[in-house]
Design a binder for this molecule. Structure first.
Ligand SMILES: NC(=O)c1ccc[n+]([C@@H]2O[C@H](COP(=O)([O-])OP(=O)(O)OC[C@H]3O[C@@H](n4cnc5c(N)ncnc54)[C@H](O)[C@@H]3O)[C@@H](O)[C@H]2O)c1
Length: 307
């Protein structure tokens, strides 16, 4: 199939491109390179440098495609709080512009990278897709709007719309900032012999999923779904931030007690964990890479990338 991956030069998007190429698809990666890097886009995928908000500027470089995998986004929660207009412009209006372009091009399926941030503070764990949505920041609010726009737009235009609510994604090529970048931040500190900073007591927990598993979720049963879905993509396993630090410090051969504790971040959610049964039932997807294996691959990549 012909597939357009927006944000295809970014951390997760470039792994999605790799997975598509491995499956024999023809791939176009659309990215404005604000956060992504051209060298992350593997050949023979075609990199199209352009902004999702301005399809007329790049439309001639992208042919008719069967599927759009939409990962381009403003990904910084603090930036979204400071400049909600900029966040909304990419994460809401940009998504709508892309949906309109996709309809015009006769796209069959549209998959959207949403986030566990749409849930806000969980009422119960693990979080099911039916849990109340109560995002705490513009980033999560605009992801929620993006999800609903994808679902409704696809419903009324005869397209298959899928929203994937991603847990905390980690892996090679992750930048040292942005959503859920604690693995990259710890790895950076360890590889450069700088003190790592741990906010709060380290007892807060997250659902960490390896990026290659996420790429599989985006590329599983592509073009074969009969209807749209909204699905959690996680591991259903909780890891505390302190456990994560200790694991990475051991991998780096460093003393795990060498960490600086700082005050908890305001608005930090204590525990987050996704239920994953729906993704297995609807998409046949289950995460396969263990935390130990994923962290080993990540640290060996990021520690070299720092040098
Ligand atoms: N990393 C995580 O843990 C996580 C968790 C939940 C959801 N997500 C979502 O997954 C997607 C990918 O995130 P990532 O972590 O790979 O971040 P990333 O910053 O590496 O990737 C985003 C890419 O989008 C590009 N981009 C930004 N604005 C654009 C625009 N207007 N037009 C074209 N390209 C644009 C950037 O250059 C970048 O390459 C995002 O939608 C993000 O919200 C990520």
């Amino acid at each position: 199939m012909r597939v357009l991956v927006t944000g295809g030069a970014g951390f997760i998007g470039s792994h999605v491109v790799d997975a598509l190429l491995a499956q024999g698809h023809q791939v176009w990666a659309l990215d404005n390179l604000e956060g992504g890097r051209a060298e992350f886009v593997a050949a023979p995928a075609q990199l199209v440098v352009g902004d999702i908000r301005h399809p007329t500027e790049w439309a001639e470089q992208v042919p008719k495609v069967d599927v759009v995998l939409h990962l381009a986004a403003q990904v910084s929660v603090p930036h979204g709080e400071q400049d909600p207009l900029d966040d909304g412009s990419t994460n809401v209006m940009g998504t709508l512009k892309l949906l309109q372009w996709a309809k015009h091009m006769g796209v069959r399926e549209f998959r959207f990278a949403s986030s566990a941030a749409v849930y806000g503070v969980p009422m119960a764990l693990p979080l099911k897709e039916s849990a109340p949505l109560s995002p705490l920041a513009f980033y999560g609010m605009h992801k929620q709007a993006g999800e609903w726009d994808v679902r409704h737009f696809c419903e009324i235009n005869g397209m298959i719309g899928v929203a994937l609510r991603l847990a905390n994604v980690y892996g090679p090529r992750q930048r040292n900032e942005g959503e859920g970048a604690v693995v990259a931040a710890f790895s950076h500190a360890l590889a450069t012999d700088r003190p790592a900073v741990l906010h709060g007591d380290g007892g807060q927990s997250r659902d960490f999923i390896f990026v290659e598993d996420v790429a599989r979720a985006f590329t599983t049963r592509l073009g074969q779904l009969e209807r749209g879905y909204t699905l959690n993509i996680g591991t259903a396993k909780a890891t505390t931030i302190l456990q994560l630090w200790q694991h990475l410090a051991r991998l780096a051969g460093k003393d795990p007690s060498q960490v600086r504790f700082a005050p908890a971040r305001q608005g930090d959610i204590r525990h987050s964990l996704l239920a994953v049964d729906e993704a297995e039932a609807c998409l046949g997807f289950r995460a396969e890479v263990s935390l130990g294996e994923g962290l080993r691959k990540t640290y060996s990549y990021l520690s070299v990338a720092q040098q």
